[in-house]
Design a protein around this ligand. Sequence first.
Ligand code: PMP
Length: 338
Amino acid sequence: MRVFKDLAETIGNTPLIRLRKASEMTGCEILGKCEFLNPGQSVKDRAALHIIRDAVARGLLKPGGTIVEGTAGNTGIGLALVGASMGFRTVIVIPETQSQEKKDMLRLAGAHLVQVPAAPYKNPNNYVRYSGRLAEALARTEPNGAIWANQFDNVANRQAHIDTTGPEVWEQTGGKVDGFICAVGTGGTLAGMGMALQPKGVKIGLADPEGSALHAFYTEGKLEAPGNSITEGIGQGRITANLEGFTPDFSYRIPDTEALPLVFEMLTEEGLCLGGSSGVNIAGAIRMAQEMGPGHTIVTILCDYGNRYQSKLFNPAFLKEKGLPAPRWLDEAPQAIP
Ligand code: PMP
């Protein structure tokens, strides 16, 4: 057994698990990459580590320096934990609408949290744009300097997946992988996996939630975002630098009403406690399997752990407020054991 020398070494090399029901219903092998098993409990640990290493290698991030980022939460948690283990301070700008659990975890991880009202990207007070300005200001005032991680347009993000996640999936399947699909937040995972696996003949699919503009872009050439979704960390209204130079082979729009029942079913029937974006990904993998036909192996990402959404996705009152059905077991008061 290997002894890891620090936190960074424990990131990645996550298991690939067969999703039983999805595989049985499609006649395909549908496999989930367990990114929730990273130390920060999400896929974004990989991007956080790569962005930090890249900034250090380029001489931008100096010992004792500050990392500033606008994030829906998971990237911030990764940056804060890796930052703590390497001696960097983190300042995280997060939309108020993100789950309390993610904000609590960010504080525990030592991040300085700046909460801003949710606003579209074109608004100068949007969390991403706000974080860019804050980084510029702190670069001037912090004694050891500050950098903007800029996960949306910093291609060190997708490089994490080109260098690690893509080769891991190829190796774990012995090259027997026909398709890969996931949703987009920054596009780092999807485009990075595409760049690693499309040259090897693997078909790549986009699973896009309602309210995200990418499905319309890749199918009709226009950035349009009808509908909305309660899933956090995914959905995009523009072509980020991470998405540039990449085109998916398949694209599906996945409503919450299709994704959420899968999240609940994964928990009760397969023991996997996942966040909402994993439900979108699994729904996408099922659609792609149905389109490709039986006998194919399709990999997707199990992005983060469900405990991060106890107050939302797993809260019947919240689901009702959003007009989404709660499963009976979640809604009913616990029964006495006979
Ligand atoms: N799922 C969750 C829960 C996330 O936090 C993110 C990142 N924002 C994603 C999926 C999407 O990953 P990426 O940024 O690589 O597109």
